[in-house]
Design a protein around this ligand. Structure first.
Ligand code: AKG
Ligand code: FE2
Length: 342
């Protein structure tokens, strides 16, 4: 789907580089079958700075079955109910590394403190986070992995999530780049994405439909939460009650911790740069590096801090020279990122 260009374009990738998770494993494909582990581009809208990618079967069946079973039985599920008392779905909330932020979803508040007593749940989530992110972004360490995840349990095809954006203040998605990565376990379900109008309603002729199957990963990146809404549909009535259960894990980066959280003033590390170290040289890949080809070599620069202090001054000339486009000088990343030497 190609959306009509936005009249008031957002900052371009050229002016404000953004490392896209969908590009970590090589050029993402557009609209054709890709190899396992490679991303397919679902949305590439530079004018709105909206990007979405789909990895089919990132996790194999043995892993998905194990994690499905463990999470189904051990996650501290809270049932969300509609006005008539019907169960909409169940949710659970996971935070890493001493964060105590809770999460509000509509009227429901999902507390993180309950997860403290659920050390088994935390262990499973740690393991699953490591499995997924060491596959998606092998060159980034655990300090760059998301610091939270929302989990949904859909008992059957009657349970769903209506049109919404993940634009809570915690994640900053209403106004700044915000990556959200979701993993599907269990039954296949249909997922829709659309541009939104001023009243947060989907614009009908922009709807992108896709299937999310067991083991699939979907990322929504850049300003997706500002410009679009998404929807997990109900299954058609005749088969809704028979559809197999599904668990969805949606990882996010909390960038605005709550006032009571000990991490309130701690810098957040997101994968805002891709520096590949090889030998004595660090390279920053140009963007899109598979089109422009040449990578920019940075002698001996190992941390983002060095990169910023040593290179920011020369940045306008570098861009103006047209020699290269730097892949990433992050807005969100306030902490130096260290990459291991090859
Ligand atoms: O279950 C899904 O795939 C979507 C869940 C979702 O959009 C959310 O939790 O915000
Ligand atoms: Fe969502």
């Amino acid at each position: 789907m190609v959306w009509k260009e936005c009249e008031l374009p957002e900052a371009s990738l050229y002016d404000c580089p953004l490392p896209l998770l969908g590009c970590f494993g090589g050029p993402p494909s557009f609209g054709h079958q890709v190899e396992v582990g490679q991303a397919e581009t679902i949305i590439w809208d530079e004018s709105r700075r909206c990007f979405a990618f789909h990895w089919r079967s990132l996790l194999d069946q043995a892993s998905t079955e194990t994690y499905f079973h463990k999470l189904q039985t051990l996650a501290p599920w809270d049932q969300l109910k509609g006005r008539k008392g019907q169960i909409l779905r169940s949710t659970s909330w996971y935070v890493r590394d001493g964060c105590t932020c809770d999460y509000t979803y509509g009227d429901a508040r999902v507390s993180s403190s309950q997860t403290k007593s659920r050390s088994q749940f935390v262990r499973i989530m740690e393991e699953l986070t490591a499995t997924v992110f060491s596959t998606l972004t092998p060159s980034l360490g655990p300090e760059c992995w998301p610091n939270s995840a929302n989990l949904n349990y859909y008992a059957d095809g009657t349970q769903s999530v209506g049109w919404h954006a993940d634009d809570e203040t915690l994640f900053g998605g209403e106004s700044q780049d915000c990556s959200i990565i979701s993993l599907s376990l269990g039954g296949r379900r249909e997922f829709w994405i659309a541009l939104k109008d001023e009243s947060m309603e989907p614009i009908q002729d922009t709807i992108v439909e896709m299937d999310l199957r067991d083991g699939d990963v979907l990322s929504m990146e850049g300003l997706m939460q500002k410009h679009t809404v998404h929807f997990l549909t109900r299954e058609p009535v005749q088969r809704a009650g028979l559809s197999p259960p599904r668990i969805n894990i949606t990882w996010r980066w909390i960038v605005n911790h709550r006032r009571a959280c000990a991490l309130r003033h701690c810098p957040v590390t997101t994968p805002s740069a891709k520096i590949i170290t090889s030998g004595a040289n660090s390279k920053i890949w140009t963007r899109p590096w598979w089109q422009l080809g040449e990578a920019w070599h940075l002698q001996g620069v190992e941390t983002l801090h060095e990169l910023q202090t040593q290179w920011m001054e020369g940045w306008p000339e570098l861009c103006a020279s047209g020699r290269t486009r730097l892949m990433a000088l992050p807005s969100l990343c306030q902490k130096p990122l260290l990459w291991p030497k090859a």
